[in-house]
Design a protein around this ligand. Sequence first.
Ligand code: GLC
Ligand code: MG
Length: 531
Amino acid sequence: MADTVWWKRGTVYQVYPRSFQDSDGDGIGDLRGITRRLDYLAWLGVDAVWISPFYPSPMADFGYDVADYCGVDPLFGTLADFEALIAEAHFRRLKVILDFVPNHTSIAHPWFAESRASRTNPKRDWYIWRDPAPDGGPPNNWISNFGGPAWTRDEATGQYYYHAFLREQPDLNWRNPDVRAAMHDALRFWLDRDVDGFRVDVIWHLMKDEGFRDNPENPGFGPGQAEINRFAQVYSADRPEVFDVIAEMRAVLAPYGERVLIGEIYLPVERLVAYYGADLAGVDLPFNFQLIQTPWNARSVADLVVSYEEALPPGGWPNWVLGNHDQPRIAARVGPDQAAIAAMLLLTLRGTPTLYYGDELGLAQVSIPPERVQDPWEHNEPGHGRDPERTPMQWDDSLNAGFSTAEPWLPQTTDAAIRNVEYQRDDARSLLTLYRRLLRLRRDHTALATGTFRSLPATTDFVFAYERQDGATKLRILLNFSALQQVIVITDPEENRWSVLLSTHAARTGGGADATIILEGNEGVILIQAA
Ligand code: GLC
Ligand code: MG
């Protein structure tokens, strides 16, 4: 695909639909709410909105337990609301990416009701049923990602079914061709309604070992880690057969033109890049979560970026993610001062960036009182819950920060009166303004959107410096990961005409830069080479 394809040039913005905007006063966000806020996304300057699941669901895992792949849960609205959303988005040149959840359904999906009815039901094999181990226990040692065994015994037939997540989320059997066909139909249902692509939930989980071998112990497992880490997920995920499944999904999208296929994949870089597939027949963008997992200092981040760039297959397009609905908020992890560095990094690296709603305001982790906990993971394994990063968007200083007229399903930040869109939008020094300027620069400079990347030699241990180039245009990005001033030599003797295009510190005035530049603590700058 050419460099001009939208998902290479563009920026993706993730909306968690329960938390973006409520339109009907029930304290929970919905599709009409998202539609109402599309002008904001257009103003901000993102190109695509990925919406976490809004399908009919008992909400055991807040929509990642799907009871019908071709509908809208009444909590979120109607199919007509969705059609209005997509039309309004496209009118504003915003793409819409859906969350496709193929690994498991809800226990309430009619397919599962049939499957569990009897061992001979035609849909028995649509899910993963096994006899008990000789001692009557689970068939093997696989653990649920939310803690506890990944197998639940079903009284009706005496067999166990497999669930990589909650027992309310039974895994589909992707070895069964009828399952594949039914799921392809679901993709077409939405493609026919003009969606621009899919983010595929836990795509590396789709195929499991045919022999269901026990996973080996993980020697790195220690206190504080979630129970899933007790074993290395060698046989329960990342199996070679998954690549056929992905290639088939791709083939479903192909006739529809420039649609994007994004895979959610938590694997080390060497394994992650395999998901581009042989001859790029895999996903377009295997989500790259390395920035979330790497210690926040200049050397670690520089090493990571360089090694990721080197690991990419020929033609494989990079991508970067700083946050999502499963991970602690970036502003909380790196601190408010470094949040601006994180923004500049995300939006100046080579590759498609994905922003998580509210990160542009610097939303923090919100501490959730025990009686308001929603995430089932928090109930199973205290401390691992994801509610703190799923709190409602903060729009203005009115009741509930403009999110809803009713008490929101999760509390908002204590500084909502000033940490909101209205407060930050006209403030030249706000994080929101910085995000908006960065997004504008990405649109204005092909060097940033699709140019080459080159890491620059470090002149201090605290600065990550790199160059982006397209034709004659060169940009240099200098990011100070420390709170101390850093003196940087920016030029080669013969090419010393650099000027500041943007700084995280609004006080820095443009103008020409000399052969050295003094970065303030926590400052990042983008320099452009004058002609
Ligand atoms: C993915 C989702 C997460 C969900 C899980 C099970 O990791 O991002 O929120 O709980 O899959 O569907
Ligand atoms: Mg609502």
